[in-house]
Design a protein around this ligand. Structure first.
Ligand SMILES: Nc1nc2c(ncn2[C@@H]2O[C@H](COP(=O)(O)OP(=O)(O)OP(=O)(O)O)[C@@H](O)[C@H]2O)c(=O)[nH]1
Ligand SMILES: [Mg+2]
Length: 253
């Protein structure tokens, strides 16, 4: 995080990449505080918007606007909204300047850079670092925009659910079951039928994990009970891969 703070000082604009399915959890308030403290502009880019209904993503945009934050949405892999991103960056940067792309792991930072690259001729250049340093930092020039080619990763902190959503390594999650149950609960409230079609009938989120474990042949060695922990990790993985229907609503007030 401290390297990130150094980078914030260097650049003229910070673009924070959020996951459109959980914009609030994937927005770092520590980052926001530090960026605003230094008087730098902050642009929120809600990525993976292909996984969320359009009206919902609009209401998230409105939510951030009510908090005084400028948010846009896009789908990097769907090549949707990348032009708007470029335009918004240009508007925030009236003169030549550099941009840092940051975000929690797996929000799509690299995909966004690739999407920006593929549409425009890109040249890389070296920005001289402080005196005495021999190394340079690579920058991509996309039209008038200079963008750091190594996006900043925000360490995935928080409570167990936040950690899971923020891309903490799944195999290192202490107890994957509570976060997975919450994902299943949200998903079945949105589209229960989709879960049933994919995995079969289930009676509760807990039962869902048992069904997944049985279906995949995962059992605890000693007792022969379904290995629900492994099933929970699979659910979290599927969430990250965008293979479970999942989205959330902005706080209402
Ligand atoms: N559905 C969907 N998936 C996306 C989108 N953008 C990225 N992904 C997927 O999300 C995963 C992570 O994307 P990356 O671009 O590697 O994310 P990152 O933020 O660079 O990840 P780290 O470098 O690990 O922090 C990949 O499987 C991408 O294919 C998008 O707009 N829509
Ligand atoms: Mg990356």
């Amino acid at each position: 995080m401290w390297d990130l703070l150094t980078m914030i000082r260097k650049v003229d604009l910070i673009v924070e990449v959020l996951d459109a399915r959980e914009p609030l959890i994937t927005h770092s308030s520590i980052l926001e505080k530090n960026v605003l403290k230094r008087g730098k502009p902050l642009l929120l880019a809600m990525n993976k918007s292909d996984l969320v209904p359009l009206s919902l993503i609009e209401s998230w945009k409105e939510y951030f606007r009510s908090r005084g934050l400028h948010a846009i949405y896009l789908s990097a892999t769907g090549h949707l909204g990348t032009r708007l991103l470029r335009k918004s960056i240009q508007e925030e940067l009236p003169q030549d300047g550099s941009v840092l792309l940051v975000g929690y792991p797996k929000t799509g930072k690299s995909s966004i850079i690739n999407a920006l690259k593929s549409r425009h001729s890109v040249s890389t250049s070296k920005l001289p670092m402080s005196a005495g340093s021999t190394r340079g930092i690579s920058l991509l020039r996309i039209g008038r925009i200079l963008i750091y080619d190594t996006p900043g990763v925000i360490p995935p902190d928080g409570d167990p659910f936040e950690k899971a959503i923020r891309g903490y390594p799944i195999e290192k999650l202490m107890d994957p079951i509570p976060p997975a149950l919450r994902i299943v609960r949200v998903s079945s409230n949105i589209d229960r039928e989709a879960l049933v079609r994919k995995y079969g009938e289930f009676t509760s989120p807990e039962n869902f994990l048992e069904i997944v474990a049985k279906k995949r042949g995962w059992f605890y060695g000693k007792s022969g009970e379904p290995n629900v922990e492994e099933a929970a990790r699979a659910v979290i993985r599927e969430y990250h891969e965008g293979r479970i229907t999942y989205y959330t609503f902005p706080p209402s007030n």
